[in-house]
Ligand binder design. Sequence first.
Ligand code: GLV
Ligand code: MN
Ligand code: MN
Length: 399
Amino acid sequence: MSFEEMWDELLPVGRDSASGGYRRFAFTAPELECRAWFAEHAHRRGLDVERDANGNLFAWWLPPDGRRDGAVLTGSHLDSVPGGGAFDGPLGIVSAFAAIDALRERGAVPARPIGVAAFVEEEGARFGVACLGSRLLAGAITPERARALRDGDGRTFAAVLAEHGLDPDRIGPDDDLLARVSCLVELHIEQGRALTAPIGAASAIIPHGRWRIDFAGEGNHAGTTALADRRDPMLPFARTVLAARSAAERHGTVATVGKVAVEPGGVNAIPSAVTAWLDGRGPVDDAVRRTVADVEAAARAAASAHGVTVELAEESYTPTVRFGTELRDRVVRVLGGVPVLPTGAGHDAGILAACLPAAMLFVRNPTGVSHAPAEHADTADCLSGVAALADVLADLAAA
Ligand code: GLV
Ligand code: MN
Ligand code: MN
């Protein structure tokens, strides 16, 4: 089955017919359908499917001697942000299956296993921590903390894992699995406009993190409560959003408040509480830290001026990731020289780079739009990505 045919199979899954955006949250029906699609395509190709204790999926093409160590891993993720695009995640997985097909058509016989991974909860859209599956695998989050993470309905990650046949007591680092992998190459759509050639390779991921800000005030009647009597958490929240923008401008970073929850959410009620999530990223750790410190100071000052309490908690932080130059240079050499660029987006490869040699291939995104329905890569560029990935896998798995 061609790349395009596989792509068309996944295209309707979890897509909102009005906006065209995707909602494929981890372990919800659309993501489970994508995972079933993954298993089906692995089986059709005679690949061994493995689900690790953290819920990550792997499909292994084993060499004729049945060797299981020294594997070359590729793949990406199947979950999406709310209202996301079709390419962020699935492109790396569909391209991986298509690259295996291309290698087989060429008559290639790998000397090492080639694995296709689908990492769980890469976006953190359901449980709040991005790259949760790869973090658990790598030991970058404690199992205790992961088990206690809650989704928007208050359900814990532990409960959801158990519902899907996984033992929450067994989640955590898997040194045996990692020891079987010699390197990881994740293919991904580029998420900005920086890549003007069809294919590129990643040099680094800029530091990024998420902070939860809880404002608590006093719920009351919107018509009968005098302005002077209000403790309205919406007001310091609003000031904080604007402060995030100014802090980002001052420190040369980016700061985004893309999610907010208002309690109880009545048009005619002063809210009792507002929770906002701040996403902060920048070229260096210090600039991100200073941005967040300024946002916190502004939130505290505004909260105090309105008789509101405020708490700020770091939910995740990923310092600068620099992909090792040895693997990256090899990938670039195999491809005959492609541009190398940093990215402002987080990736499982960035988490796993702490444990094993990791690299990334990017496929051009002509408009740079991502995490939105208009995210797009041209089919010709996607096919160049498949060919590039096949060449890279052939080289890495040759001996
Ligand atoms: C994931 O795509 C992220 O950068 O948050
Ligand atoms: Mn993403
Ligand atoms: Mn992604």
